[in-house]
Design a protein around this ligand. Structure first.
Ligand code: ADP
Ligand code: MG
Length: 727
């Protein structure tokens, strides 16, 4: 009986259409469809041309003009099939973000007709007026030309109506004006230094790459509220705003369920990312209210960085479609966490060997400890330089608070690697036992579980996490190239020094394995001070770090001095990544950008104070004054004192805050005017840091106090409690 009833129910269901709509496409159906990748090359390029392009991508072989013509012609046909009418060289000037100038494929032809043209020459190189991009004195005004040149290792893509060609951007005199050029050079340097050393471990003809997996944090705010905050529009952060009663103290946002409106935004964003071949993997709520994170699967650093820049620009346009504004600033709101962009960095070979991954044999583990020791030594010797690559006016607001590593670079290894190094330090003699060469390398067995098993220390700026280092100090708005090219460069330099050390030992008769072991031991010994396993947020660590000789400078402009240090110049010369004049230009540009950012903040705050806040506060004060004077008509003597004293106190408070805010804002503006006249970018930036930053805080104190007093109905700006909670 029961059986037949169930059967009847089953049949009734079977008659219903299982799915009314055709199934939604799965990601793999459209993944990479907007990219001129190998799949599309197969359709649009001959096999011979493709082969040459692959060689150029894989071996860095320069394409000759004829092949470039073939590629351009195929690329143009593909782009037109994708609906593109324009092309652009897509590059990364030192302003941050990306730049593009669109040119139409269409060209006049014959009498009143037009044809679509895209030549190999145009694909490979474009000349553009570089005079409006920061150059730090590299370019005389009479030689304003800049050149963009195709980077075939990062695939071209279609975005909207244009074909985008990733390019480097250099001056007429071939000096880098962008982030990509030094990044590519640093990749060559570290790949060749690592490959040279790998030969000693029996690995040859296996190309080395630096890999990067970034984790992008960001805030979303409602677009209509954003439009009412001139500080967010102009300075990308709130310059005033009293903390809301509830912010992140309940710790209920992190990994919480994603608000529906935000989820729709994320899904739309992921869809756009997948079409561009950006391998987004993870999405979640972050610690602060309205703060979120997105992370892909790691890729070769150059590609990963292009993808991160694309993501940042996609975020902005997709947010518009959902009535949001995305905030990539490192500290948009005081009192809640800011946003970083953790850079998971590693070195690996084409065949899949992770150079920062422990292995199974003694030799593999010696290789692991060797590369680890070299990375640590590089970071120890250049901790100030690495710090300079992540410090900006905006990131400085985030670092050192109780949410992000301080402006001191140290490394966390976890107990297993620390133990392995400690044993290495103690193992003096080589015992003839196992091992290919007949030696035991004296390296403790490192458990297989290791990779997923490393301890977590969230307070370390450069933490080892099993098969990579996680540089957590990078800011959310940054171009990761700045930090990654420094990492690649310092490691390349150190690997060369290490190899020289090994060669010296071998030439004086030490067997190769012992030479490697001894050199690794001494390398680690020399840089142990950079390792710190404790709480990086504590004040004790700041004192201890200073004792250890780590760079503890917190002034952003002073942190840039290291770019012109003779040791830095030698490092970049030796590795071929940048010349002395390119480094000098970068320091000039960094100071210039720093000054401009602080100047904008000061001017916006002065305007907000004088024209938005104080008039409203004065009006509210008048309402109270009016009320008090009317009370005088009703109440007398002690009775009046009793009913009016509270309001009178408020009137006095308001008067006091108004007068202080007014005079501080005026003094600040006068100082800004004076500082703008200072000669020399360094001196100017230092003055902005030392003289203007304190004003920003002091003016804010009075304005935020007024926010707590003035009638909420009158307050002219959306408050934190509105900005920070998406409804
Ligand atoms: P968590 O938040 O736990 O630090 P996520 O999963 O958010 O980790 O991000 C980790 C990132 O590290 C991802 O982009 C991941 O692909 C990347 N990653 C994993 N292994 C490596 C590696 N060997 N080299 C570089 N990046 C890696
Ligand atoms: Mg992480």
């Amino acid at each position: 009986m029961a059986d037949s009833r169930f059967r009847a129910v089953g049949e009734a269901f079977a008659k219903e259409p299982v799915c009314a709509e055709p199934p939604a496409p799965v990601t793999s159906d459209y993944y990479g469809c907007n990219v001129f990748d190998r799949r599309n090359m197969r359709k649009y390029l001959s096999s011979d041309t493709r082969q040459r392009v692959y060689e150029s991508i894989e071996q860095g072989v320069t394409l000759d003009r004829e092949v470039a013509e073939q590629v351009a012609s195929g690329m143009k046909r593909w782009a037109q099939d994708m609906g593109a009418t324009h092309y652009t060289h897509w590059f990364q000037p030192l302003t941050g973000g990306t730049a593009e100038k669109h040119d139409s494929f269409a060209e006049p032809y014959g009498k009143g007709e037009s044809i679509e043209v895209f030549t190999g020459k145009v694909l490979c190189q474009q000349e553009s007026d570089a005079s409006s991009f920061p150059n730090g004195g590299l370019r005389n005004t009479f030689e304003a030309r800049g050149y963009t040149a195709w980077d075939p290792s990062s695939p071209a893509f279609v975005m909207g109506d244009r074909l985008c060609i990733p390019t480097v951007f250099i001056s007429y005199t071939k000096e880098a004006l962008d982030y990509k050029t030094p990044l590519l050079k640093s990749e060559v340097a570290v790949a060749s230094a690592a490959a040279d050393l790998l030969k000693y471990f029996g690995i040859e003809n296996d190309r080395v790459f630096s890999y990067l997996g970034w984790e992008q944090e960001y805030f979303l705010v409602d677009a209509s509220l954003y439009a009412e905050r001139p500080d967010l529009i102009m300075a990308e952060r709130t310059l005033i705003g009293h903390a809301s009663a509830r912010n992140q103290q309940l710790e209920d946002h992190y990994f919480g369920s994603i608000p529906g409106r935000v989820l729709e935004f994320m899904k739309d964003l992921e869809f756009e990312c997948y079409k561009l071949g950006i391998p987004i993997k993870t999405r979640h709520n972050e610690v602060a209210p309205n703060q979120f994170e997105m992370a892909p699967v790691y890729e070769q650093a150059n590609i990963a960085i292009d993808h991160n820049l694309l993501l940042m620009s996609l975020m902005r346009s997709v947010a518009d479609r959902h009535g949001f504004k995305v905030l990539l600033h490192e500290k948009p709101f005081a009192g809640v966490n800011g946003s970083g962009k953790h850079c998971n960095w590693s070195l690996g070979t084409e065949s899949g060997i992770g150079l920062l991954s422990p292995g199974k044999t003694d030799l593999e583990n010696l290789r692991f400890l060797t590369f680890m020791a070299n990375v640590l030594k590089a970071v120890y010797d250049n901790n100030a330089l690495l710090k300079s690559s992540i410090l900006t006016a905006s990131n400085a607001y985030r670092l050192g608070a109780n949410e992000a590593p301080p402006a001191i670079i140290s490394s966390f290894l976890g107990s297993q690697v620390t133990d392995a190094f400690n044993e290495l330090l103690e193992s003096r003699d080589m015992v003839k036992l196992r091992g290919k060469e007949g030696y035991s390398l004296g390296i403790p067995q490192i458990p297989d579980l290791f990779m997923d098993n490393t301890d977590r220390n969230r307070t370390s700026p450069f933490a080892f996490t099993g098969n990579r280092f996680e540089l957590r100090a990078v800011g959310s708005s940054a171009n990761c190239s700045s930090a990654v090219s420094v990492l690649n460069t310092i490691v390349a330099y150190q690997l060369k020094r290490y190899k020289e050390g090994v060669d010296r030992r071998v030439s004086s008769g030490t067997p190769m394995m012992k030479a490697l072991l001894d050199e690794t031991r001494e390398t680690y010994r020399a840089c142990q001070k950079v390792c710190f396993e404790g709480n990086g947020y504590s004040d004790e660590w700041k004192a201890e770090a200073a004792r250890r000789g780590l760079d503890c400078e917190t002034s952003v402009p002073l942190a840039y001095d290291v770019l012109n240090d003779p040791r830095t110049v030698e490092l970049y010369r030796d590795t071929g990544v940048m010349t002395e004049s390119e480094l000098r230009a970068r320091s000039e540009i960094s100071w210039e950008i720093y000054s401009k950012k602080v100047e904008i903040e000061a001017r916006v705050l002065a305007d907000l104070t004088a024209n938005h806040i104080l008039p409203v506060a004065t009006r509210y004060q008048s309402v109270l004054l009016d009320n008090v004077s009317k009370m005088k008509d009703i109440f007398e003597g002690e009775e009046f004192d009793e009913v009016a004293s509270g309001e009178i106190r408020i009137i006095k408070d308001i008067a006091c805050h108004i007068s202080k805010a007014r005079s501080l804002a005026a003094d600040m503006e006068a100082d800004v005017d004076e500082i703008c006249g200072i000669e020399g970018e360094r001196a100017k930036a230092i003055a902005f840091h030392d003289r203007v930053l304190p004003y920003l805080e002091r003016v804010r104190e009075h304005v935020d106090a007024l926010e707590m007093i003035v009638d909420d109905q009158m307050w002219p700006l959306p408050k934190y409690r509105e900005l920070l909670f998406i409804r």
